[in-house]
Design a protein around this ligand. Structure first.
Ligand code: PSV
Ligand code: MN
Ligand code: MN
Length: 426
């Protein structure tokens, strides 16, 4: 299914007047504060976040999975779903594939479809956390870190295959997330596991095309519950440095122990030019993969403050690969992704309102109260009309969730694809 442009125009006509009066009011008050509203709207318009192919089906836990029906069951349908979100929001112009779940059968056709939907291929993800059909070796006790060289070689070759697949689609980076670790004390030698991982990553790194990056994700626990080989940003940073200039750390919001200061991690990595990618989600307890901004929106805003600062002041850091990494059990996945995109745009817009020069002056004066006032004044601003304006200017809709429901998209997908659908994914 593809949304007819006339339906987008009809939907906007219903909401235009209210949007306009909200926008005028906000633009007026921000202009009086010296903000450049057009520049903020234009930054929002340019901001694109990749959708992971595995978030398009209703997620699950180890206890079960409840289908939402009409989910995509092949790569073409996954792209169509991203196309739907992008047509409404104009902020989801990229997809992140997971191999082997998303191996194209016809590259030319897939590229044409993506092009037609205005979707780019973002980072490709390898999978060495599951045993693949007909694979010779098992990852039960680890992949790139395994004590067996045959297993490590199989995992290395898989990553190289993923690079080759991504290269044919126009991707420019490989994301490596490893489940490697141990469940019980004594099970692993920490030093050997890390050294093996470093050697394996270096071998993969050597196979990166010239204009590619490697993004190394970290996670403190799960599925291993005693130790994870790449447990934190320090380990990921060390490995990225060991590999070379084209290797970077990737921060996934859900991959931290409770109360970690993620904004500080972001800031330090950017100052060292080593933050390569970002996975958005939200969590209360661990890697909950909840809707972005649903639990800790202020923390998200503080992270964006550091990202904005870094984007302005750290030319040594590359452009970031932005992606949502969430998986949902009880919501319509497309509605959930739209909510996440909205929360990301909101945090970004609020961070763009911060006067960095004024903040710096207050910091130099040790005016703690003023520093907090500057941040909170931005945070308390209802920036939604700015996001609506950015969406409208880009050809999207004023209220994506409302339009999604008005257009009865899920029911149309169910009619097209049936009720018996199970998307591949986490
Ligand atoms: C597992 O924790 C995970 O959610 C990681 O965040 C990866 O990015 C994702 O799966 C896909 O491999
Ligand atoms: Mn992730
Ligand atoms: Mn995760």
């Amino acid at each position: 299914m593809k949304i007819d442009q006339n339906l987008i125009i009809d939907s906007n006509n219903k909401n235009l007047q209210t949007h306009q009066s909200h926008f005028n009011f906000l633009a007026d008050s921000l202009s009086k504060k010296g903000k450049n509203v057009d520049a903020i709207v234009s930054r929002l318009k340019d901001f694109q976040v990749a959708i992971p192919s595995w978030a398009l089906g209703a997620g699950g836990t180890r206890f079960g999975r409840f289908s939402y029906y009409g989910e995509p069951s092949n790569l073409e349908q996954k792209l169509e779903d991203v196309g739907l979100i992008h047509a409404l929001t104009k902020t989801a112009g990229a997809v992140s594939l997971h191999i082997p779940w998303d191996i194209p059968t016809d590259y030319k056709a897939i590229k044409e479809l993506a092009n037609d939907l205005d979707i780019k291929f973002d980072a490709v993800n390898s999978n060495t956390f599951q045993d693949q059909e007909k694979a010779k070796e098992s990852y039960k006790y680890g992949s790139l870190s395994n004590t067996s060289s045959a297993i490590r070689e199989q995992a290395i070759q898989h990553n190289i295959d993923v690079i080759n697949i991504g290269n044919q689609l126009g991707s420019k980076s490989l994301t490596v997330w490893l489940a490697d670790g141990s469940c019980f004390p004594g099970q692993n030698n920490f030093q050997t596991a890390l050294q093996n991982t470093e050697n394996s990553l270096k071998t993969i790194y050597k196979k990166l095309p010239e204009d590619w990056n490697m993004l190394i994700e970290y996670k403190p626990y799960e599925p291993n519950f005693y130790s994870t080989v790449i447990q934190d940003w320090g380990t990921s940073f060390m490995l990225a440095n060991a590999c070379g200039d084209k290797a970077y750390s990737l921060v996934d919001l859900g991959h931290h122990l409770p109360n970690s200061n993620i904004e500080q991690i972001v800031s330090i990595l950017m100052s060292k030019g080593k933050l390569g990618g970002f996975h958005f989600n939200d969590s209360k307890y661990g890697d909950d993969d909840l809707t972005v901004g649903s639990i800790k929106p202020y923390a998200l805003f503080l992270i964006f403050n550091e990202l904005v600062y870094g984007m302005q002041n750290n030319p040594q850091n590359p452009d970031l690969a932005w992606m949502i990494d969430a998986s949902h059990n009880i919501k319509d996945p497309l509605e959930d992704l739209i909510q996440s995109l909205e929360a990301i745009q909101e945090a970004y817009a609020k961070a763009l309102l911060i006067d960095q020069a004024e903040l710096k002056a207050a910091q130099l004066n040790n005016d703690v109260v003023k520093c907090q006032e500057i941040l909170q004044d931005a945070y308390r601003t209802d920036v939604r009309p700015l996001i609506e304006k950015a969406r409208l200017d880009a050809g999207g809709v004023v209220h994506p969730i409302k339009t999604y429901r008005d257009l009865n998209i899920r029911n149309t997908l169910i009619k097209e694809r049936g009720k018996n659908t199970v998307a591949t994914g986490l």
